[in-house]
Design a protein around this ligand. Structure first.
Ligand code: SF4
Length: 304
């Protein structure tokens, strides 16, 4: 069985940047403790690797316990709300800001529309770290929706509105939500005759590092008999990309750990592909490849 790794999979540049910043801080010999706010990325393997190098995970509530200790706290790629920076300042903690520039840009754009009095609608997961950061920027004065039904129920249709997306959501559903809102808010224009109330903007802020992989992933999934998709279960883009691969090739299996691989999946397969999320480390996909290349007809339970 020929086993390959999807060349487009693995860390996106935003995650590469965050991990590099963490490693630079850990290699700094000043003997100051290095913390990260929340799991550095949604991948248990990489978290484990960095923890072995000394990276400690904390929450904002832990700030008083490291106050004034010279500790450095990394803000991960998802970003943080303004309150976090204030809490760090109050506790005399140095912040190392590794927020992905794409997320910083999203926060800036949301703030701009909020300051102009727009109703802010976010297509995303309410409690996802990135969305928590964006919610903080607008003092939680926004509506977060994941479906058209939620948008229809929660969005006030008589207000100037702007729709944004969490960077790692799926584009087809974003367009469904956009079209449904556009239709309703456009209807209101006719009724209210108030142009300001008709103003509706949809900002597709889905990151190209996720959506840009769709077509290539479909081709890759179709060109292999079996796909093993490796990602952390908490990874949003992992879920989105896995669904795309699974649709293209029903013999696609999600695993977080090598031990979840069932050798019988490869029974009769000539080709197997390994793909992953933007937070899946390449070194781990190589371990998965080595394991799969070591499978024998006996372990796959192929009748001889
Ligand atoms: S997926 Fe995009 S937004 Fe998220 S960390 Fe990577 S580059 Fe940044």
């Amino acid at each position: 069985m020929k086993v390959t790794i999807d060349k487009q999979s693995g860390f996106c540049w935003g995650v590469v940047r965050t991990v590099q910043i963490a490693e630079q801080q850990l290699n700094d010999k000043t003997e100051r403790n290095v913390y990260v706010l929340g799991n550095i990325i949604h991948n248990p393997k990489e978290i484990e690797r960095l923890a072995e190098k000394g990276l400690r995970t904390i929450q904002v509530e832990d700030f008083p316990s490291i106050s004034n200790s010279g500790a450095k706290v990394i803000i991960r790629a998802h970003g943080e709300p303004p309150d976090t920076y204030r809490a760090a300042w109050d506790n005399k903690i140095e912040i190392i800001d590794a927020t992905c520039p794409v997320v910083t840009k999203l926060q800036e754009r949301v703030r701009k529309f909020y300051d102009q009095g727009f109703q802010i609608v976010i297509f995303g997961k309410k409690d996802h770290a990135e969305v928590l950061g964006v919610r903080g920027v607008v003092h939680d004065s926004c509506v977060v929706v994941q479906t058209v039904a939620e948008a229809m129920e929660l969005v006030q249709l008589d207000k100037p509105t702007v729709l944004f997306s969490q960077t790692t959501m799926d584009r087809p559903t974003f367009y469904e939500v956009r079209d449904a809102l556009k239709k309703k808010i456009a209807d209101l224009v006719v009724d209210s005759m108030e142009n300001i109330a008709s103003e509706f903007h949809a900002k597709d802020t889905i990151c190209g590092q996720v959506s840009g992989r769709e077509n290539q992933l479909i081709t890759y999934a179709k060109s292999n008999d079996v796909i093993v998709f490796v990602a952390g279960r908490a990874s949003s883009n992992g879920k989105v990309l896995f669904d795309i691969a699974k649709k293209a090739n029903p013999n696609t299996h999600f695993v977080e750990d090598i031990t979840e691989i069932n050798p019988e999946w490869f029974n009769g397969a000539n080709t197997a592909g390994i793909s992953g999320a933007t937070s899946t480390p390449h070194w781990y996909m190589m371990q998965v490849q080595e394991y799969m290349e070591g499978l024998t007809p006996e372990t796959m339970q192929i009748p001889i």
